[in-house]
Design a protein around this ligand. Structure first.
Ligand code: UDP
Length: 368
């Protein structure tokens, strides 16, 4: 199939460190190419891929995530390329959007079916957008919990979880004595709860992740005072082998989330390394964590601390197997290809007249 993947404009694909959506897009692009599909990836500058790459904006915008000026520019430029592809007789079969809200709102103007992955939770504001515009795209949720949280008028067409490339992560059976929290320093991810639970259990804690704009006060007031370089270490944003080793050597990953977690990439990354997950039963944690097999689900920091006493019952091999079967990139990519086929089959035949804008671009000599 000819597939256009539309990444968000904020960070490169793959991300240098933090970046759940960018990581999903990277894995999917590479697997689709490996399976023989013709894939064009529209992404932020600095991206790398085995897919044909089109970078749209001049810069990344890591500190302005969500700014409509950049998102609309990014999406409009991608749409122009889609139009050019159609004008030169090489139309895309499907556009797979991961970029935010603009592409959904204008999905009916792409001239090709748009599949949109829902990467965030349904809030009052996002629900309104999806209720108004969601029918223009094929909407894909990333967990059953996310589907259950969708308000009534929103029709979810498929559930495809996020992928992890299991073979990329080392299975480590012997663990060190620390527990790990990894994520953005946002109260919804509960790094402060992780500190309280680890302290209560008498375990060393490593915190890793960026302090993004708007999170400085929370970090300064609720996290920094506990960081002592020994019982609680903060290692900042991590990438590469440092990130892999942190996941692989940890006795457990703590996931004390205060929101209905839509998916939680850090959980599947930890599990791929044979590292169990102790999570609050919120959103998708209830699907990823199989209690007593690859981790524990708990209600609060007291239960979280208690659960850390039971880590010996969990087998690292079972942790890895639990993600291999359900979330490996090969499994997830097959599910997406099914969604693409259905979206293509449901779409009306393309308009044979590409229109004046495409003719103009064709005259300018775009690359195929
Ligand atoms: N991450 C990273 N370095 C860090 C912190 C996070 O590479 O210092 C990665 C992490 O491994 C995961 C992603 O950023 O792949 C975060 O995705 P997740 O779904 O867990 O969180 P969200 O997208 O909700 O912020």
């Amino acid at each position: 199939m000819r597939i256009a993947l539309l990444a968000p404009p904020w960070l490169p694909v793959p991300p240098h460190g933090y970046g759940g959506i960018e990581s999903v897009v990277d894995l999917l692009a590479r697997q689709l190419v490996a399976e023989g599909h013709d894939v064009t990836l529209f992404a932020a500058p600095g991206s790398r891929s085995t897919a044909r790459l089109r970078t749209l904006l001049a810069e990344t915008h890591p500190d302005e995530i969500g700014a409509s000026m950049y998102e609309s520019d990014h999406v409009a430029r991608a749409r122009e390329w889609v139009e050019v592809a159609r004008a030169i007789g090489r139309p895309f079969d499907v556009i797979h959007d991961h970029s935010g809200f603009t592409a959904v709102a204008f999905a009916n103007l792409f001239g090709a079916p748009v599949v949109h992955t829902l990467h965030g939770p349904f809030t009052a504001r996002t629900s309104e957008i999806y209720a108004r515009h969601g029918h223009k795209a094929t909407l894909v949720a990333i967990s059953q919990a996310q589907v259950r949280s969708a308000p009534a008028p929103i029709r979810i067409d498929a559930v495809v979880p996020n992928p992890v490339m299991v073979e990329h992560w080392p299975l480590r059976v012997r663990k060190e004595d620390y527990v790990l929290w990894m994520g953005r320093m946002d109260p919804v991810k509960g790094p402060d709860v992780a500190v309280a639970a680890a302290r209560r259990a008498g375990r060393r804690l490593v915190l890793a992740g960026p302090v993004q704009p708007g999170q400085e006060t929370f970090f300064r007031e609720r996290i920094a005072p506990h960081v002592d370089g020994d019982r609680v270490r903060y290692v900042g944003e991590v990438a590469g082998t440092r990130r892999i080793d942190l996941f692989a050597n940890a006795a457990a990953l703590l996931m004390p989330v205060r929101w209905a977690e839509p998916f939680g990439m850090v959980m599947v990354e930890a599990l791929a390394c044979g590292t169990p997950v102790v999570a609050f039963a919120q959103g998708a944690t209830q699907e990823v964590v199989l209690p007593g097999v690859n981790g524990f689900l708990v209600a609060d920091e007291v239960e979280m601390a208690d659960a850390l006493g039971g880590l010996d019952q969990l087998d690292p091999l079972a942790c890895r197997a639990s993600v291999q079967e359900r979330y490996d990139v090969s499994v997830v990519t097959s599910a997406y290809v099914d969604v693409y086929r259905r979206a293509r089959a449901a779409a009306s035949p393309p308009d044979p007249d590409p229109g004046p804008a495409a003719e103009l671009m064709l005259a300018l000599g775009p690359e195929a």
